[in-house]
Design a protein. Sequence first.
Length: 137
Amino acid sequence: MRRHSRSGSPYEDKIGFSRAVRYGDLVAVSGTAPVWPGGDVEADVSEQARRCWRIALGALTEVGGSAHHVVRTRQYIVDATDADAVGAVHGEVFRSVRPASTMVVVAALLDPRWKIEVELDAVIPDGLTGPRLTANL
């Protein structure tokens, strides 16, 4: 069974993607930027990271998962000096889960206000929801 989650991003219809897709027990959450519903973006990179993880984990919840099910994360940042702040937020969210993780410095993201974009992969064993860990956001 294939399930989709939508976040309301204007790019979902334009580009033709879903915020998250669950196929069986595998969930992939698309690149997630720190945008608020009105289009605003916080200037602080830590707040941007928190916003990204809120959106990504919200999409995971919509398809039946939780932070506990996350097995891999990716963080794309545009400034290497932000790595410590972004890493600290990742620790707040995933300290007890400890997924495999990658942080990459990129030349730019789609919107110049974005300092970070994140992705995650999760595995939700069939019929199991596991403990519902609440991210510290």
